[in-house]
Design a protein around this ligand. Structure first.
Ligand code: AMP
Ligand code: MG
Length: 424
């Protein structure tokens, strides 16, 4: 849990210098205390949770030497002696082993996963043999020792299976099941309150009038929190007034983190910073990135506070770049180092020096079969379709100017590029 905050008399001014992104991210992540509360959950409920214990295997996986092929098992030296033909004396199936030891000149039919009987050191795949009555003729001899999976080759008894702090993905669930773990101890999910601010915002299930907009950010934030495995607490829409904000802040102050959208700059209707300064404390409020310059980081009650800008792309980009690593740490995990690629851009990029830019783009394969990056045409911070149609950021350093097509740029794929694009 974070320390309760002391009210401060912070006053933002437009002259406050934006902090470089790397510095802001390090400062935020360093300020986070990982949650130290745990719960035991059945294995299937542990997906996307952070493991709170190091799991050591009690058993070998596989538990015995077994065949990796459907075929015949024999002793290689024996086959050499017998001139390539052996007597088939039985069979070993997965779950139904051949229990006797093999004698001289003998072989067994053996199926994938079946335990290798005593006396067998090699399996030949069925396709490389033929049977003549109860005689097996081996047409192509595999190397001695072939097609046998050794006991413990995946996981040996006593080996560490997964380490505390590991974020559990589907393969991890399967690995835990393979060593017979039916329940695991995981970190309690961070409880993250979120709300939107803005007098122009309307709920998505009713009509809107000119000048009003649907409150899309709150739903986008809910989805980002959900995807991250956080427990989101939706505090709705809050109007642009200090009193309305005070009420929302009071409700939000009891959670692990608070994420808000809008009202965080120094406009006439922007009160988030004032109220955060009054009810909690502001650490910093400007980051040198585009989109997304205004961003309030501070403390409110037991919560770490992230006041994100209201322009939808800015909300998403600042969440991904700054809030996500913080919440991963809070959840007991380790923020990933983003994968970055150096790729040619297919179009010119406009950039003025000052802030690090996160342009939305798509990974493409050129006619020559090379990977390249294609920026989305409309890069406005209010154009959320630029995020929705993108699968990566082009990251341009603060000092960069315009970039002509063909130049190599740094590309950060969105964390999980799993699905291809529909044809468009
Ligand atoms: P603000 O950060 O409050 O100055 O808002 C910047 C821009 O983002 C304005 O055009 C707002 O109307 C828009 N905006 C603010 N909050 C939301 C929201 N929850 N959903 C969609 N757009 C928003
Ligand atoms: Mg606003």
């Amino acid at each position: 849990m974070s320390q309760p905050s002391e009210p401060s008399d912070f006053r933002p001014t437009p002259k406050d210098k934006p902090m470089p992104l790397e510095q802001a991210r390090a400062r935020i992540v360093d300020a986070i205390t990982p949650i130290r509360a745990y719960e035991r959950v059945p294995l299937q409920a542990a997906l996307h949770r952070v493991l709170a214990e190091t799991v050591v295997s009690d058993i070998d996986v596989p538990g015995a030497d077994n065949s990796s092929m459907d075929g015949y098992g024999y002793a290689a030296a024996d086959l050499a002696k017998e001139g390539g033909a052996l007597k088939i004396v039985g069979e070993s199936l997965a779950g139904h082993p051949y229990v006797d030891a093999l004698g001289a000149g003998e072989c067994v039919r053996i199926m994938t996963g079946a335990v290798v009987p005593a006396g067998v050191d090699t399996v030949v795949m069925q396709e490389n043999t033929h049977a003549e009555g109860d005689r097996l003729v081996v047409e192509q001899r595999p190397k001695p020792g072939s097609n046998i999976r050794a006991a413990g080759e995946d996981i040996a008894a006593g080996a560490t299976v997964l380490t505390a702090g590991c974020y559990l993905r589907p393969a991890d669930i399967a690995v835990l099941a393979s060593v017979g773990v039916s329940e695991v101890c995981v970190v309690r999910r961070p409880r993250v309150a979120f709300f939107s601010t803005g007098d122009e915002l309307r709920p998505i299930d009713g009509p809107i009038k000119p000048g009003e907009i649907y409150d899309s950010n709150r739903h986008g934030l809910a989805a980002l929190l959900n995807e991250l495995g956080m427990e989101g607490i939706d505090l709705g829409v809050v109007g642009d007034s200090p009193d309305a904000l005070r009420g929302a802040f009071e409700k939000a102050a009891v959670y692990d983190a608070v994420v808000t959208s809008g009202g965080v700059s120094v406009g006439a209707a922007d009160f988030v910073l004032d109220v955060l300064g009054e009810r909690g404390s502001v650490d910093f409020w400007r980051v040198a990135i585009k989109p997304g310059k205004p961003l309030a980081f501070g403390t409110l009650g037991s919560a770490r506070f992230f006041g994100l800008p209201g322009n939808p792309v800015s909300t998403a980009v600042t969440f991904i770049q700054l809030v996500r690593p913080a919440l991963v740490r809070m959840a007991g995990g380790h923020p990933a180092v983003p994968v970055r690629l150096d790729l040619p851009t297919l179009a010119d990029l406009r950039k003025s020096p000052g802030r690090e830019n996160f342009l939305r783009a798509r990974l493409v394969t050129t006619d020559g079969g090379r990977l390249a990056v294609d920026p989305i045409d409309h890069q406005g911070s209010g154009v959320m379709r630029s995020m929705s149609t993108a699968d990566c950021f082009i990251v341009l350093p603060a000092a960069q100017n315009d970039v002509p097509a063909g130049e190599i740029v740094t590309v950060e794929p969105f964390a999980q590029t799993i699905w291809g694009h529909p044809v468009d």
